[in-house]
Design a protein around this ligand. Structure first.
Ligand SMILES: [Zn+2]
Length: 175
């Protein structure tokens, strides 16, 4: 990722360069345009988290001040891999929030960090109980789909019923 020229040491630079730190006092009436990409580490998900970011975060946002609020609008996009709760295999889901819109109250003087708002809104767009069919990158059928239904007593009851139908039909022919 190429950033803007920066005189800071690399480690501190990423903090200083956080594009989501906005000081409302320095916002012009036209607001500020933010666009770019941030590495998957932006989502701050642990190694063992079932949700894994698989792409950088792409953002195109406009920040405006409206009285005591910051208005954030635009588009967010990122790709994740999730674990299907039925077959336990991983699949990819791309989240696109377009249009994205948030209102953040300006509660105190100084810089406001929009990181958490952006992060949470994207993660909240992911399904609570992921299933293969939620995947929208490589469409696939869940390999476990229908497994439980086939083993269920209801399905077992159906087979003799069908056979009975055949015997009934044969009886009809005899008569
Ligand atoms: Zn599955």
């Amino acid at each position: 990722m190429t950033g803007l020229p920066c005189a800071h040491e690399r480690a501190s630079c990423s903090l200083v360069m956080n594009p989501f730190q906005i000081d409302p006092r320095h916002l012009s009436p036209e607001g500020r345009q933010l666009s770019g990409v941030l590495p998957p580490t932006f989502f701050a998900l642990g190694e063992d988290d079932p949700v894994r970011p698989e792409s950088p975060l792409k953002y195109e946002l406009q920040v405006l001040r409206d009285g005591e609020d910051l208005i954030l609008t635009g588009r967010l996009e990122a790709e994740f891999s999730l674990e299907c709760g039925r077959c336990l295999e991983r699949f990819h889901q791309r989240v696109v929030l377009d249009p994205f819109a948030e209102e953040i109250p300006i509660e105190k003087e100084g810089t406001i960090d929009l990181t958490e708002v952006v992060r949470e809104d994207i993660l909240l767009a992911l399904p609570n109980f992921p299933r293969c069919e939620d995947g929208n990158v490589d469409l696939r059928d869940c390999p476990a789909e229908g497994r439980f239904e086939a083993d269920s007593p209801a399905a077992a009851d159906e087979a003799p019923g069908a056979d009975k139908g055949v015997w009934d039909a044969l009886d009809q022919l005899k008569n």
